[in-house]
Design a protein around this ligand. Structure first.
Ligand code: FE
Ligand code: FE
Ligand code: ZN
Length: 293
């Protein structure tokens, strides 16, 4: 089986996609995910085509297929609330531009947190989210939006298969929307990852497995149903190494990208380091080797 595995990597203004590719290769990854700028702001720089071209040369040389690349939208986009119409419209325009940036970079899929229903009911939020996406899909011609399965922290929407389905049902251009699973979020919401095939059966009957276009692979620091959303390193959390291996190697998900968003080691110190090279090695070997100690 051809495993498509990578992690979230940085994308900085001086090196852009070229820097992202180099970082991914340093982890022995064959795909990666990045934010086109800050996760917390809508400030975005110009895409440098020269750097993109060099990035593609390096990708081709190393067998990285751009169809497996993922962009993640900044967290501050929230389509659930419409009480501030100006803000809602601003985010719609920004997100459409973000899709165009993806297109310029040759990235075909962008992950979006559906939103957080702070000033309205969840039913209202679902309509607001779908409405925003319908406008964005009219304004743009490609790039698929992957709605992320959320942990249910606070008023997050999209915390169950059914809720994701209710958004997708309201989308006009169904071929432009998909789902990004996140094993930590699923565990923290309600899903028993040790019974992943049962989850997939249910997902298939409600939405269809073919709509799963990416999986964020994270262990969790908290118990199932905690609604916390705190990622742990692979094999160091409550889900456990073997359960995550069974997700990654599930034949029903063959060929889709698996992306690590696990925390840096010593992340609060200046000696923080990325775990991805070691986690990817453990995943490829299907054998847990403690790399932190
Ligand atoms: Fe996310
Ligand atoms: Fe995620
Ligand atoms: Zn998360």
């Amino acid at each position: 089986m051809n495993l498509i595995i990578g992690s979230h990597v940085s994308f900085v203004s001086s090196t852009q996609l070229l820097g992202s590719v180099k970082e991914a290769l340093s982890y022995n990854a064959n795909t990666f995910m990045f934010y086109t700028g800050s996760t917390q702001s809508t400030q975005r720089g110009q895409i440098n085509d020269e750097l993109t071209y060099e990035a593609y040369e390096l990708m081709v040389k190393n067998g990285i297929n751009n169809d497996n690349l993922i962009v993640h939208a900044p967290y501050i986009i929230n389509f659930a609330n419409k009480s501030d119409e100006n803000k809602y419209n601003f985010y719609v325009d920004f997100f459409a531009e973000e899709l165009n940036r993806c297109k310029k970079l040759g990235v075909n899929k962008i992950v979006l947190h559906p939103g957080s229903a702070t000033t309205c009911s969840r039913e209202e939020a679902i309509k607001n989210i779908a409405n925003a996406l319908n406008i964005v899909f009219e304004k743009t011609e490609s790039t698929m939006v992957l709605l992320e399965f959320m942990a249910g922290k606070g008023n997050e929407v999209g915390t169950s298969t059914l809720e994701l389905k209710s958004i997708i049902d309201l989308i006009q251009k169904k071929d432009r929307v998909g789902v990004c699973l996140d094993t930590c979020h699923m565990n923290d919401s309600y899903v028993d990852i040790s019974k992943f095939d049962e989850f997939l059966d249910d997902f298939d009957s409600k939405i269809g497995i073919d709509k799963i276009k990416c999986v964020h692979v994270n262990d969790s620091m908290n118990e199932r149903g905690s609604h916390k959303d705190r990622h742990a390193n692979i094999g160091y959390g409550t889900i456990g190494f073997d359960n995550l291996i069974n997700v990654i190697y599930n034949p029903r998900l063959e060929g889709i990208p698996f992306i690590l968003e696990t925390p840096y080691i010593n992340r609060n110190s200046k000696d923080a380091w990325a775990p991805y090279k070691y986690e990817i090695e453990n995943i490829r070997n299907k054998k847990f080797v403690d790399f932190i100690q």
